[in-house]
Design a protein around this ligand. Sequence first.
Ligand SMILES: *Cc1c(COP(=O)(O)O)cnc(C)c1O
Length: 372
Amino acid sequence: MNPIPVNTPLLNGNELKYLTECIETGWISSEGPFISKFEDKLSAYIGRDYGVAVSNGSAALDIAIKALNIGPGDEVIMPTFTIISPAQSVVTAGALPILVDSDPLTWNMDVTQIEAKITSRTKAILVVHIYGLPVDMDPVIEIAKKHKLKIIEDAAEMHGQTYKGKMCGSFGDISIFSFYPNKHITTGEGGMLLCNDKELAERCKRLRNLCFEPNGPRFVHHEIGWNYRMTNLQAALGLAQLEQIDSFIEKKRGIGITYQKGLSVLKDKGYQLPTEKTDFSGNIYWVFGLVAPSETEKKNMVAYLAQHQIGTRPFFWCMHEQPVFQKMGLFKDERYPVAEKLARNGFYLPSGLGLTQNELDCIVNIINEKTI
Ligand SMILES: *Cc1c(COP(=O)(O)O)cnc(C)c1O
């Protein structure tokens, strides 16, 4: 059997055709025509007025924080169980992440813990939808309204997912996506900011482009930004990928359902499988996560799968336990038991769009062989 990596992308739509067009026309930089096409198509798909394509999802978060004027002295409430990108953006802006624990069933931030964390310095709530189910948005929106807070929505894992029938990435003051190769659509590296506010969108555009003033004299700058531009080559890929998003999502859900059925014996062994649905969404299975009953059991299962050349990836490591943040004196003595257990006992199985039915059956069989 060939090794089964944890992710392989699927690139068999118009990707090559559009990329060839870039090469043949010479439009390869961020000035090319695919950029605005991709921005328009994705924002229309999500139901937002403006899209600003950038070099990756983490860059989008940097821009979102700065565009909303979050900086020194400000606090941003977010989950401790997340990829580092959102926390890093807040910290590098000079602001302070204020953490909340996870919901044990959806693995998303426990929204009932938000309100107690609000202080006079709180500026925003940064929601991160994790692995397959969205954050329960209604309470977040209500709290934000009541306390006049901004909402930043990290929808990097949620392309095409909905919350109560409304697209993820359409909530809050600003939302972001990533197009890294393991996301539902990929541009190799890439990201996008979405919002409904024209001025905010224009500020994001300036921030991605070194704060060149679109109407001012060239090379005269009033603010510091970044070169976070996306290239036409990336946008060409993105456009081709976006054309296929419905079938991609269907395939992801299919993978999830196959694992749910095939791996139900794991439940008897004390494993937690992803929650199939909540009263606001069905799981989109960005990745298929498993929470083992113990750290030892996780280690054994991961090693066993590695022996059979099946790739796995551990769950995120909590922000309050990150050595880099500890060194900065952040989150001292803070404890978030649900998130800590997810981080220690959780891992995910191959879940990429390039996964074949044969590989999927093989993974299910190999896991079942171990458990009997
Ligand atoms: C992937 C991801 C990011 C970062 O995106 P990059 O394009 O890899 O920088 C941010 N947030 C979440 C939730 C992600 O899954």
